[in-house]
Ligand binder design. Structure first.
Ligand SMILES: O=CC(=O)O
Length: 339
């Protein structure tokens, strides 16, 4: 018996299924799919209040659906029907969803952990190598018809023997550690909880305090989620504690770094370069970052591969299926594990 009392389930589709069509077809066979007509948050709230989504028990949402709904917060949830019990987010990072507000409404939230690990860590390594080697400067000069430019970019640095500090040692951090080991890097990390010694041994990672990580890293990679505790975790004060000339890599979320402080640290040479995939106000990028030719900038493409995007969709769709068939989720977010 479905959690819907035996009736055909209804699923709210927020965003577009781009790759995992057969997985989605299997959901359409057991549920009516409801799609909003709205093009912005105000319209969406009106549409929700009009009862257009009544009876939906689960919602599938993409990162880009933010453009229509805005943040999934108490205001949005208030407009959505009481029938909604599950929000299945397609993405590892779920900062667009106010989990506390969902918990208060007894709505369970899932994300897509592990599916993103390889491609995000690959992007991290690309940014790490590119920023260490000043590749952004040479690449821009070449496109401007000036070969390496005059003067050419300063010589870069090898990863071999350098300390990679990983802040946030979840799936992506561990994956990046393994990859960086192949480049001869020494791995230090800081995390809310220390890894099991057997895992530490496998990835040759040494646990250090937050301040030690800042002080000892040649490259600092951010691999932690954005939430109220991690917003602007790296700011002026933290840059001041780092080794002069450190390289910063961010594939997590832009707002973990205070971007204005990063621009200042880059301008002063405290940070020598950065490789960034994420920004505080996407799709807007701080003009100070755009103006600095040394920074390797990528427009949030950490998981931008056919294989990973397909895996993520399949994972999120699987959560929708489990929600409507079994009334539970495959990967409920950690904050709700006890629900
Ligand atoms: O940014 C990508 C993700 O959160 O999966």
């Amino acid at each position: 018996m479905s959690p819907n009392g035996g009736k055909q389930a209804k699923v709210l589709l927020l965003g577009v299924i781009e790759h995992a069509h057969s997985a989605w077809d299997s959901v359409s066979e057991i549920a009516d799919i409801v799609m909003p007509k709205s093009t912005n948050r105000a319209e969406f709230i009106e549409e929700a209040k009009s009862g257009a989504f009544e009876g939906c028990t689960a919602a599938y949402r993409t990162f880009d659906s933010f453009e229509i709904t805005g943040r999934v917060d108490a205001e949005l949830l208030e407009a959505l029907p009481r029938s909604l019990r599950f929000i299945c987010h397609n993405g590892a990072g779920y900062d667009q969803v106010d989990v506390q507000a969902c918990t208060a409404r007894d709505i369970r939230v899932s994300n897509t952990p592990t599916a993103v690990d390889d491609s995000t860590a690959d992007t991290g390594m690309f940014l790490l190598l590119g920023a260490l080697r000043n590749l952004a400067v040479g690449m821009a000069a070449l496109r401007a018809g000036k070969w390496r430019g005059v003067p050419p970019p300063a010589l870069g640095h090898d990863p071999e023997g350098k300390v990679l500090g990983i802040l946030g040692m979840g799936g992506i951090g561990r994956n990046m550690a393994k990859k960086a080991l192949a480049f001869g890097m020494k791995i230090r990390y800081h995390n809310r909880t220390q890894l099991d010694p057997s895992v530490e041994k496998e990835i040759e990672a040494e646990y250090v305090s937050f301040d030690e990580l800042l002080a000892e890293s040649d490259v600092l990679s951010l691999n932690l989620p954005l939430n109220k505790n991690t917003r602007h975790l790296i700011s002026k004060h933290e840059f001041a504690k780092m080794k002069r000339g450190i390289v910063i890599v961010n594939t997590a979320r832009g707002a973990i770094i205070d971007e204005t402080a990063l621009v200042e640290a880059l301008d002063s040479g405290q940070v020598s370069s950065a490789g960034l995939d994420v920004y505080e106000q996407e799709p807007n990028v701080h003009p100070g970052l755009l103006a600095n030719p040394r920074i390797l900038l990528v427009p949030h493409m950490g998981t931008w591969t056919v294989e990973t995007e397909t895996k993520m969709e399949e994972w999120a769709i699987n959560n929708v299926r489990m929600a409507i068939e079994q009334g539970r989720l495959r990967s409920i977010v950690p904050e709700q594990r006890d629900m």
